[in-house]
Design a protein around this ligand. Structure first.
Ligand code: PGA
Length: 253
């Protein structure tokens, strides 16, 4: 089944207490919202996973995600956090391959392919990010870039494993800039991605994969974006840090 997903990516913001306060406020505001067919996700810093997952508890339709995972299982990798540890904190999802990870921490498609395996191996749904930088958009190579990100990072997965993946399309030029892809621009890329999935895994899996848009999504533009046929929700940075804004986006579904 194709879910609508509104996922917050808090990035390197919030202490555990601030995170718990934010989640408590959001849950209070959506307590009478019908979340059938929808998933709400809080992508927290590692240090907040446990506390936030405890606050979320078994609230139906609400999940916690990490923003990264190690490509190693465990052992002498100082500073790393394994998929198993993340899962043990109560997270059900892991954001993988965010453009900030790709750019500042040099994560390649090959590394991300391993991270996708680790996530799936620990029952974490990967939210796999892709998206072009402004130069790729300007010189019209963005489809090639996105295609390699998807093929090299995900297409080694079996159909059964791929069926658990969520994709997030985040044009880098729209992240944190206030500039959003137009609904038509985003829809065109989402349809392109869904088509890639169809060619590889067939129509049923392509129909069921949730493809999120990310990049300056706000309550004021969410409805138009999520209203497009291949846009199944959002991965939200800045606007996920304020309960009212995040809930405004949830209410746009
Ligand atoms: P933004 O970030 O909503 O602040 O543009 C999105 C993201 O980086 O996931």
């Amino acid at each position: 089944m194709r879910y609508k997903i509104i996922a917050g990516n808090w990035k390197m913001n919030t202490t555990p207490k601030e995170g718990v306060d934010l989640v408590t406020e959001v849950l209070e505001l959506i307590k009478s919202t019908d979340l059938t067919g929808t998933k709400i996700v809080f992508g927290t810093p590692f240090v907040s996973l446990l506390a936030v997952a405890e606050s979320v508890g078994n609230t139906p339709g609400v999940y916690v995600a990490s923003q990264n995972i190690s490509s190693y299982d465990g052992g002498a990798y100082t500073g790393e956090t394994s998929a198993n540890m993340i899962s043990a904190c109560g997270a059900k999802m892991a954001i993988i391959g965010h453009s900030e990870r790709r750019e500042y921490f040099h994560e390649t498609n090959a590394i991300l392919a391993t991270k996708a395996d680790k996530a799936i191996g620990s029952d974490l749904t990967p939210i796999y990010c892709c998206g072009e930088v402004l130069a790729d958009r300007k010189n019209d190579s963005y489809q090639t870039v996105i295609q390699s990100q998807i093929e090299e990072g995900l297409f080694h997965l079996s159909a059964e494993d791929f069926a658990n993946v969520v994709i997030a399309y985040e044009p880098v030029w729209a992240i944190g800039t206030g500039e959003t892809a137009s609904p038509e621009q985003a829809q065109a890329v989402h349809a392109f991605i869904r088509n890639l999935v169809k060619s590889k895994y067939g129509a049923e899996i392509a129909e069921n994969v949730s493809i999120l848009y990310g990049g300056s999504m706000k309550p004021t533009n969410a409805k138009e974006l999520i209203g497009m046929p291949d846009i199944d929700g959002g991965l939200i940075g800045g606007a996920s840090l304020k309960a009212a804004d995040f809930v405004g986006i949830i209410n746009a579904i």
